[in-house]
Design a protein around this ligand. Structure first.
Ligand SMILES: NC(=O)c1ccc[n+]([C@@H]2O[C@H](COP(=O)([O-])OP(=O)(O)OC[C@H]3O[C@@H](n4cnc5c(N)ncnc54)[C@H](O)[C@@H]3O)[C@@H](O)[C@H]2O)c1
Length: 432
């Protein structure tokens, strides 16, 4: 099959590379000349484990093609996927301006029969609007259907998630479009949820909001455990063995971040409001999440005896989670900004996200260390915010020798509290 992806971010580029690797001819449309030129050489604009190699292999095989133009790709495609960003507006609603702009451009270039599928996370009703937009601008003879194929990949393991998803949701209202999508997805072994467009659109938000809720629930239990003198990590382990609950997403920590959960929770609250439903549960999910980030700041103040001004704090981990360079809505940003405002000198280090972090935090007055040990050297306090493997393997004796004072806040419960105390650290985790 010949297919096109518009957008070459975490979703567009990974999906395009995987479908190319399955033997399809895949076009990727971007809008930044420099990025498209780099992609043609196999240089990718994001960090995702294994992706550069996959892109290079398929570029070389001429199955993966990059362009700024809709002309060479859309008319020859059986399906065109929209995979552009849908960031939140101030109101919390998803900003769909790029989705609609791209839909219009696709529509103008249609030829023959094409399925236009949305991979971007979009509110219920968006695909209906895309259908209206394309109907207005498409060439007379061209025919098309729209589809909602929401994406569930996780950054950091996006390639394997795309090859082996828990499920593929296919929201389609036409038999012809269903045939195209089933044929395209046939090499991907997975449960298929065949449903209407509206249901598929809703599944994506319901799924992300549930995961965010599970994280906030785990964090609330951890907070309470701390207050009553229980070990929150054991409590969560104990409930996670219940098959009805499950262990995943049941860890206490610095809170969720990233480009999806925060914006999708906000968007679902906005969708509910537009339809007269107050989704108060999700307001609380957001409040608990914010509290988790701020509680690490409070713990830092407490450890430094409320004398944060001028103290050097080493922050380990900046991306919103390990194995990605994505800094969008990362808890580290809130923590760093709060501590900087209180007069702390921040030294930060991340194995992969330093480039993005430097751009986002430019002018915030913090310094960046080139490696883990130079980050913690002479620090009055260390805060672990993102649980990269490199930090799990830290030489604790060396850490203690390098730090000015052995104060550690473990925002992801990576270290063993008993061992830390035995080594002479003052140690605080989350919920224990
Ligand atoms: N990142 C994830 O883990 C993930 C998972 C599932 C779903 N999603 C959803 O998928 C969508 C894309 O997310 P992402 O993380 O890949 O975003 P991203 O920011 O990494 O990528 C967006 C892409 O769109 C491109 N783009 C923007 N404007 C464009 C235009 N006018 N024409 C052509 N391309 C344009 C950008 O250059 C970029 O390549 C979002 O709706 C997101 O919620 C993301």
């Amino acid at each position: 099959m010949t297919i096109t992806f518009v957008g070459h971010g975490y979703v567009g580029l990974v999906s395009a590379a995987v479908f190319a690797d399955l033997g399809n001819t895949v076009w990727v449309i971007g809008h930044t000349p420099e990025k498209i030129e780099n992609l043609k050489k196999g240089i990718i604009p994001i960090y995702e484990p294994g992706l550069e190699e996959l892109v290079k292999r398929n570029v070389k095989a001429k199955r993966l093609l990059f362009t700024l133009d809709y002309k060479p790709s859309v008319p020859s495609s059986d399906a065109v996927f929209i995979a552009v960003g849908t960031p939140p507006k101030d109101s919390g609603e998803a900003d769909l301006s790029v989705v609609f702009d791209v839909a219009e451009k696709i529509g103008k270039h249609l030829s023959g029969y094409t399925v236009i599928a949305t991979k971007s996370t979009v509110p219920v009703g968006t695909n209906k609007k895309i259908l209206e937009i394309i109907t207005k601008v498409k060439p007379l003879k061209a025919t098309f259907d729209v589809a909602s194929i929401p994406e569930f990949l996780r950054e950091g393991q996006a390639i394997s998630d795309t090859r082996h998803p828990d499920r593929v949701v296919i929201g389609i209202d036409s038999e012809k479009a269903r045939e195209v999508m089933l044929a395209l997805h046939s090499p991907i072994e997975s449960v298929q949820v065949l449903t209407t467009i509206e249901t598929a659109e809703m599944i994506k938000y319901a799924s992300n909001a549930f995961l965010a809720t599970k994280i906030s629930y785990a964090n609330a239990i951890a907070n309470l455990s701390e207050n009553v003198g229980a070990d929150g990590t054991k409590v969560l382990e104990g409930i996670g063995y219940d098959a009805r609950i499950g262990k995943s997403f049941l860890n206490a920590g610095a809170g969720y971040g990233g480009s999806c959960f925060p914006k999708d929770v906000k968007a679902l609250i906005a969708i509910a409001k537009q339809h007269g439903y107050d989704f108060s549960l999700l307001h609380e999910v957001e409040a608990i999440n914010k509290h988790m980030m701020l509680s690490l700041v409070k713990k830092a103040e407490k450890m430094l005896k409320h004398d944060v001004k001028g103290k050097t704090i080493a922050v380990l981990g900046l991306s919103f989670k390990p194995d990605t360079d994505d800094m969008r809505d990362a808890p580290s940003l809130v923590i760093i900004n709060q501590l900087t405002a209180k007069g702390a000198k921040i030294k930060a280090y991340d194995p992969i996200a330093m480039g993005n972090a430097k751009r986002i935090l430019a002018g915030s007055g913090l310094s960046f260390a080139s490696d883990l040990y130079s980050c913690v050297a002479d620090a009055d306090l260390m805060i672990l915010v993102t649980e990269w493997d490199e930090f799990r393997e830290i030489d604790l004796q060396k850490l203690k020798k390098l730090m000015k004072s052995p104060l550690v806040i473990d925002g992801r419960n990576v270290y063993d509290p008993a061992k830390m105390r035995e080594l002479g650290f003052s140690y605080i985790g989350v919920g224990r």
